[in-house]
Design a protein around this ligand. Sequence first.
Ligand code: BG6
Length: 504
Amino acid sequence: MENNEHIYAIFGASGDLTKRKLVPAIYSLFIQNLLPSKYALLGLSRTKFNDEQFREKMKEAINKYQESDDLSKVDEFISHIYYLPFDSEHPDEYKILKEKLKTLRDEKEINGNTIYYLSTPPELYSIIPKNLAKAGLNNEKDGWKRIVIEKPFGTDLESAIKLRDELLEDWQEEQIFRIDHYLGKETVQNLLVTRFSNGIFEPLWNRNYIHHIEITSAESIGVEKRGGYYETSGALKDMVQNHLLHIVGMAAMEPPSSLDANSIRNEVLKVFQSLRPIKKENVKNCTIRGQYLASNIKGEHIPGYREEEDVDKNSETETYAAIKFYIDNWRWGGVPFYIRTGKRLPTRVTEVVIHFKSTPHFLFANNDITDESNLLVIRIQPDEGILMKIGMKTPGNGYEVKNVNMDFHYSDLNGVRIPSAYERLINDTIKGDPTLFARSEEVLEAWKFLQPVIEAWKNDEVPLFGYPAGTWGPEHADDLIEGKHLTWRYPCKNLSNDGIYCEL
Ligand code: BG6
């Protein structure tokens, strides 16, 4: 078994991600005895903390953000935390880092295994790895070295290729762990288990029985304090290029030959490679973009996107994106996929909805069976579980058919805790298991697929619709779904918003 002792160095350690997600997740691993006995956590960022001050900050963060109630070992945990004030843009500082790592290793008798987690703005993704390499900190003679970065991996195809090339100048692909935190979600992984461990689903999981697939990832929050970042991103790059396409990959892939990282990732890559390219002139027919407008929800004024902090008053950035597309392969030929995501929608929900074809001839009159039957809903969050909607006979005379639910909620499994995505992914970086991380080919394929959309939206070839905060996005998105009376499971219309959608 691989020796997992290590130092976990976090760049950008005074930032939000470190305190909200990373350190609480590492603490969670600690209380489950999933950390090796020899380890240290080193925080690096510009702020001038000493070890004690940083430990106190992390203690507060754990108390506030850790999901489990077990806080009994916080003091023991933080005694493994160290801090170095650090300017990552200065190559000279890396000599100091090298010294610090050496001192820590000697003191704690840890070998050279090191993880560098870049919880930093993406502009530093090429600078830090380059500087680490110049200082010899990528050298694996004394133990493995891994880099962890989180999306966005570039902002379009060209910049993503550049980033890949820069990273690969000094690092091997196997050393780079690209986090897409959706892949760390239990329920995204459960897609594989649902599909490949149940003989009842797999025979139906194809163009012969499935009419279309719908994936929604809705958020009720707005951009919060992240207006500055979001202005450079928008829903397409923030959610679709990575999280949503990875869910598509898991829902549509062929069975892998085994559960090893390459087998699974090869199958996801094949799905991405089979995405039917969207022609430039077609973008306006198969995509919808929107931006939330101010509204009143239960008496509370909800600001529009353009009123948010650090957002341009005339911003054209989309906070909602919906796309229809096809996967051109034997399994999915002709089956439309619809994906959508948005901020300030009515609720937080991420789900995959498999719409099965209806029976060839419907025998029963007087029924309320609509497009809502014949569905399998895989709820990714927040109420994790799986729901099947089927038609059943109403007791009594005749054959009245009703839609009923067969519904499984993870929360019904008493005593089962769903670990956070970061917990799973950080543990995998320590174990060196790349299965749930994006490979560079996948990232590039996803950008390649979306490039025509990025360009058409940038050139204003597709209208940007306003939608009132708290609604299901621009009502035009309802018509994206092909077929009479068909629409999203949660449609935009019938919300008595007539007339308030406008082109911005
Ligand atoms: C992040 C996006 O990657 O995912 C955010 O940058 C978004 O804008 C978040 O809010 C959603 O993640 P989750 O796990 O809350 O669905």
